[in-house]
Ligand binder design. Sequence first.
Ligand code: FPP
Ligand code: MG
Length: 267
Amino acid sequence: MGLKPQALRAAVRDWFAKWIYKYYERNLFNQVRRGKVPYHVGLILDGNRRWAKEMGMDINSGHQYGFEKLKEVLKWCWELKIDTVTVYALSTENLSRSPEEVKELFRLMEKGFREILETKEISENEVKVRVIGRLDLLSDSLRTSILQAVDKTKNYKKSKFNVAIAYGGRAEIIDATKKIADSVVHGKLGIDEITESTFAKYLYTEGERDPDLIIRTSGEERLSGFLLWQSAYSEFYFVDVYWPEMRRIDFLRALRTYQQRQRRYGI
Ligand code: FPP
Ligand code: MG
């Protein structure tokens, strides 16, 4: 039995819309791949709970979908050979959310770090995992899973995946300042040796290049303490979509906009 003309028209329209979308996505990908891809991309994942609410789901499902989206976005980054990705997964302020939500976030992250030990993408892409933040504020089991993932990947050299957890940019600067003061007091560092490059060595991100591009989802246009020192010359891209609904074309458009900007570093 054949389709009714109306249903047939709808099916053709649907097929054509999907084809156009794929065609556009592929062109965008090729365009971005031909340009200068950022070395270090920072991602501020935002909007999990608003997305869940709009979809009629509970907030934990929003975080679950957000976690799945992160895995997808990482694959897009590796496909484009982006060297370093740093994600803002949990701020120190986020720890003041309800105990139930924090527990669920810890559970999800623990699952994520355990997956890192097993997934072939991590070993195939030689992804070195690093975690920045105040790990003492996390649960023992989450900390253990983090240390195992960091240890397993410590010799990988092709790309880096940094996760900011229980992280705050001001706290990071204060921690660095304390370490510098300690070095000065113990005669290991002279006051005149405190330069921008020395200071950077005392940050959690020691040895990393500063982010070239920072993307934040959900329409909020602020850093919320993310890599405050390191983002001095980063390009920012704010996109309205909530994190769990970020599409590959949203990501590619962010990169294309980055490529169209001229970075002058104040010169
Ligand atoms: C922001 O949305 C999202 C978070 C605070 C949590 C993000 C964490 C994950 C997706 C898990 C990541 C896992 C690993 C292993 C790195 P929101 O809760 O602020 O939502 P809202 O802005 O709509 O309130
Ligand atoms: Mg938020």
